[in-house]
Ligand binder design. Sequence first.
Ligand SMILES: *Cc1c(COP(=O)(O)O)cnc(C)c1O
Length: 228
Amino acid sequence: MHAIAKNIACISARIRELEKLYARAENSVKLLAVSKQQPSEKIQQAIAAGQRSFGENYLQEALSKMAVIMDSSVEWHFIGRVQRNKAVSIAEHFSWVHSVTSLDIAKRLSHASLNKALSLNICIQVNIDDEPTKAGVLPNKVITLARELVTLPKLRLRGLMAIPKPNKTKKSQYAAFYKVAQLQAELLAAGVELDTLSMGMSADYDMAIKAGSTLVRIGTNIFGQREG
Ligand SMILES: *Cc1c(COP(=O)(O)O)cnc(C)c1O
């Protein structure tokens, strides 16, 4: 078996184990393969191994790989910073945007999706540790933004995405993810329908699943170190 196929099988098995361990429903956690700064050959190997959802951070890089791969069964997720002038193209080429951080960006994505058959799935990126240099909406601003986003046509608000700062201990990793899960619970209690918690990466997905993640974004553990 090829290394990438092996990695995907291994991580998928680990996700099923963690679901059991933390009393999560079977298959409630989806694996997003983060292919940024990885060549299209590696993506093709992952596709051959049955992986269908891929995450990309940079529009130009993603477009050139999509042009090579040209596989309509692949679901592309945009997980990087959305530049205002790229929003139209992002809406055209991706099924999901995990990194919506403002009403302005959401309006652009909504407008660009008007003539598409399917709604664009979006998540609000939360700056859960209130880090000045990190993208994302501050936790206390999330409910207001969510209420605005659900009124926009052709967008489907699916949930929250977060990248907590690196935490050394399992306990502090869990605490950060738990804050995101609590925020999601507040939104649900406020009547906003959501089904996605996009959190957990190679180094910390176990604690993310413990806290309620429904989608882990894994790059390095699938594809190895990134190029450049
Ligand atoms: C790069 C990236 C990942 C994957 O990180 P790994 O540590 O390689 O698993 C996940 N989410 C986002 C938003 C990223 O930018």
